[in-house]
Design a protein around this ligand. Structure first.
Ligand SMILES: NC(=O)C1=CN([C@@H]2O[C@H](COP(=O)(O)OP(=O)(O)OC[C@H]3O[C@@H](n4cnc5c(N)ncnc54)[C@H](OP(=O)(O)O)[C@@H]3O)[C@@H](O)[C@H]2O)C=CC1
Ligand SMILES: N[C@@H](CC=O)C(=O)O
Length: 431
């Protein structure tokens, strides 16, 4: 059956049909949305009516139409005739209260706030549904890459059971800068902040909380699994050192922050952590602030989505696309069915990479091997770069497939041995 393509054109007197939009937050994304709307003035059916920000006077710019009202009183928006409130402030407080009060006042919402949707999505979707209002959140995951729409609509015909991806542009930027030019972690983070990629508090990026919120949203939308963010284990990328890239390359791999969720029976296996990725995988070729998501379905197999996952302009595209969706469509049910509650585990079975930094002496490998073997874990290889100082010697063991929980137990015991100069650093190796 041929599929149909609906082409929407604005009528000549488009102003009669414009949708009034108020922006909440005029930072990286908010100002990029305003810029995009100004640049496409006349092409898009929107009129920007308000810009809200704290201490708004310092935010004013001359390229925004003089009709726009700049305010630092949120209530002005609630009382206004704006039909859509675009929340681009971030965080839970006061964004949650603002979005809720806007829905209660009959305003549609578009947000890029993944923490808000991960933590309060169920309640806000229910409220929007009850009031027949849109709640667009396409910008919450993967910036300009339309993964929410793709999982929700494009792949709705499949039964998805796994999503795996690079969901944080800041971490990917930092890791590729360390890998490609030997930049320090701190310098690469400052660059990511200057480029408008990082969260207001970059701990969210580095510790994995940003990617975790995105994974929770994807689990809900793609896997129909309802899990809480605090149930998903995160490990920071700050433990990754230049030497890990050297060893990873020797193993035919690179290192990326990987977010993954897999349904097995009534359990959702989920984690966000740095991992070794074989160079042959599409995930290994993702550079800078790009994101990539691989979804796996029972019928359609693997589907890959990639593009810029952070930054003002790509995210503004996702926001404006949600606005267009609102302008073009009636509100619709977000969930075909409410997602089911899943127990969460991080106990993936994978091969692992463990880096030790030790004060050298005889018997170290034997001592480590002894603990591993007691825990039923098999060593695959031992790598040691020549020429490192014996007083602070880094070497790596790769381990055959074993449970993450079993390895954690073994490493807790190994960490008590007396030769460590740094705590052992462990990453899964993706299969
Ligand atoms: N940057 C990106 O690449 C992406 C960001 N997002 C999400 O978009 C949202 C906005 O991010 P981004 O634009 O980068 O963040 P910014 O920090 O650049 O912008 C946030 C804006 O909101 C204002 N603001 C923050 N808190 C308050 C408050 N309590 N009252 C009034 N104004 C407030 C800030 O004002 P002030 O200047 O005073 O701090 C700032 O202008 C976040 O939810 C983020 O996770 C999503 C995808 C990509
Ligand atoms: N800080 C986030 C911004 C986009 O969501 C990231 O780096 O991916």
């Amino acid at each position: 059956m041929a599929s149909t393509l609906k082409v929407t054109r604005l009528p000549e007197n488009a102003s009669a049909k414009v949708c009034k939009v108020a922006l909440v937050g005029f930072g990286t994304v908010g100002s990029s949305v305003a810029r995009l709307l100004a640049s496409r003035n006349g092409e898009l059916p929107f009129q920007l009516t308000h810009v809200y920000n704290r201490d708004v006077a310092r935010k004013k710019v001359d390229w925004v139409s003089s009709d726009v009202q700049w305010t630092d009183t949120f209530d002005d928006l609630i009382k206004s005739d704006a039909e859509v409130i675009v929340e681009l402030v971030g965080g839970l407080d006061p964004a949650y209260q603002w979005v809720k009060s806007a829905l209660l006042a009959g305003k549609a919402i578009v947000t890029a706030n993944k923490q808000l949707i991960a933590h309060h999505g169920s309640e806000l979707f229910a409220l929007a549904r009850e009031r027949d209002l849109h709640l667009g959140f396409g910008a919450c995951v993967a910036g300009g890459v339309p993964v929410i729409a793709a999982l929700q609509d494009g792949l709705a015909g499949d039964r998805l059971h796994k999503v795996r991806g690079i969901l944080n542009g800041t971490c990917n930027y930092i890791l590729t800068r360390i890998e490609q030019s030997g930049a320090s972690f701190a310098d690469a983070l400052v660059e990511a902040q200057k480029a408008g990629l990082a969260e207001a508090d970059p701990t969210d990026d580095i510790e994995g909380y940003d990617a975790r919120a995105k994974l929770v949203i994807l689990s809900r939308v793609g896997l129909n699994a309802d899990v809480r963010a605090d149930e998903v284990q995160c490990r920071a990328i700050s433990g990754v050192q230049q030497i890990d890239f050297d060893y990873a390359h020797q193993l035919g791999c690179t290192i990326r922050q990987i977010s993954r969720a897999e349904k097995h029976g009534n359990k959702l296996y989920a984690s966000v952590e740095p991992a070794l990725v074989p160079q042959t995988e599409p995930l290994a070729r993702v550079a800078g602030s790009q994101n990539l998501l691989v979804s796996t379905g029972e019928f359609g197999g693997e589907t890959v989505f990639a593009g810029f996952g952070a930054g003002g302009n790509p995210t503004a595209v996702a926001v404006v696309s949600d606005l267009l969706h609102i302008a073009r469509h009636k509100p619709r049910e977000y969930d075909a069915a409410d997602p089911a509650r899943f127990a969460v585990s991080n106990d993936f079975e994978t091969p692992h990479y463990v880096r030790f930094v030790i004060q050298d002496k005889p018997g170290i490998i034997a001592a480590i091997a002894n603990v591993l073997s007691k825990n039923g874990i098999n060593i695959d290889s031992v790598l040691q770069k020549p020429g490192c100082p014996k007083t602070e010697l880094p070497f790596v063991m790769t381990l055959e497939t074993c449970s993450a929980a079993k390895l954690d137990n073994a490493l807790a015991e190994i960490a008590k041995l007396d030769f460590h100069k740094q705590a052992p650093f462990c990453m899964p190796i993706l299969k």
